[in-house]
Design a protein around this ligand. Structure first.
Ligand code: UT7
Length: 329
């Protein structure tokens, strides 16, 4: 391996469950309409787990696909990092279940929690371990069963979320997709505007916490919406500047898929055309940690990524947390 090789994405895989929940299905569950959901969010349908499928199952399928794509075997993996807000259990980590399910017995394994920005956070950890030389091959996963923490009696949240998983392999390479830089940010002063209040040390599960519907996602949609646009826009500008690039150098932005209007407003503020943003929210809704790796995989399969392209990954979510990563494809 040459000295100047840097951490790169050498394999990509994704997996979504087969069951489709359409806007028309939701019309039968809450007071909403296909028109409202499409106009306000861009979402037409989302995937939902069934038959006992759980987060580590989705993650396992995505991971096996990423490993096959990179040409690595389970025993090659040094580390597994999973970003999820819907782990199989609060502990042990979902990464440990993935390690067992894929047979990666040499790999260390742990989860990280940074909500919708979690995949970028997880990738930055993998990137650092690989660049430092401490690890050669790291599996980074974003996987969610958001349907398990979605309140299907609350129309303001239940139309938004879906289930899915995506994964990448990070290794040093001179031919694959180099991670040029990663930027991370957080603002804990706004922690309570996007939250699942029940189930932790502050509000452990109790009859009251269940009756108060505290084990579901709750958020102040409008506030999150505005903060998302401003923070993502500023971060993209900072990130290109840090890399000695201009906005015009970006070939494709792959944003976290939370709302089509957030993506449109961001592109407008940046003065970039929508053709430079990858969008698949119509098919999957918001899959939190999983949305970016699923989108990378689909963008590649759709021929949207060519060798040498500058690709910007950007995400924003609960914490609040946000982050970006620039890849030379
Ligand atoms: O991934 C992490 C980051 N998450 C996000 O970034 C999500 C950010 N927020 C959003 O995407 C948007 O704020 C929402 C999609 C959640 C809501 O869109 P909005 O345009 O901000 O709608 P709103 O909450 O201001 O509600 C407008 C109206 C209200 O009715 P009134 O008060 O005007 O009569 C709501 O009750 O729309 C009503 N409404 C609905 N109507 C039909 C809210 N949800 C629905 C619904 N169907 N599902």
């Amino acid at each position: 391996m040459q000295q100047n090789q840097r951490a790169s994405i050498t394999g990509i895989g994704s997996y979504v469950p087969g069951k489709v929940l359409t806007n028309y299905d939701l019309e039968k569950m809450v007071d909403t309409s296909d028109d409202w959901i499409i106009q306000r969010t861009g979402i037409r349908e989302r995937r939902i787990v069934e038959n006992g499928q759980i987060t580590s199952d989705l993650a396992t399928q995505a991971s096996l696909r990423a490993m096959e794509d990179a040409g690595v075997s389970p025993k090659d993996l040094d580390m597994i990092i999973t970003s999820t807000i819907t782990p199989d259990h609060i502990f042990p980590s979902t990464s440990c279940y993935i390690q067992q399910k894929i047979g990666a017995s040499r790999a260390s394994a742990f989860d990280i929690l940074a909500a919708c920005a979690g995949f970028i956070y997880a990738m930055s950890i993998g990137q650092s371990f690989v660049n430092s030389g401490a690890m050669e091959t790291v599996l980074v996963v974003g996987a969610e069963c958001l349907s398990k923490i979605t309140d299907y009696t609350d129309r303001s949240t239940c139309v938004l979320f879906g289930d899915g998983a995506g994964a990448v392999i990070i290794q040093k390479s001179s031919t694959k997709h180099e991670i040029l830089s990663t930027s991370l940010a957080a603002d804990g002063s706004q922690a309570d505007i996007l939250i699942m209040p029940g189930g932790g040390a502050k509000n452990p599960a109790s009859l009251a916490s269940v009756q108060q519907r505290n084990h579901y996602i709750q958020f102040k949609g409008k506030e999150v919406f505005k903060l998302a646009i401003n923070n993502i826009t500023n971060l993209i500008i900072e990130t290109v500047t840090k890399n000695g690039l201009g906005l015009e150098d970006i070939d494709l932005i792959i944003p976290h898929q939370s709302n089509l209007r957030i993506i449109e407003a961001t592109m407008e503020k940046l003065g970039l055309p929508m053709e430079k943003a990858f969008v698949n929210i119509d098919k999957y809704g918001n899959t939190s940690s999983a949305s970016i790796p699923i989108a990378i995989d689909e963008a590649r399969k759709e021929g949207r990524l060519s060798k040498g392209d500058i690709v910007m990954l950007v995400a924003f979510g609960g914490g609040l947390t946000w982050g970006s990563s620039v890849i030379r494809w």
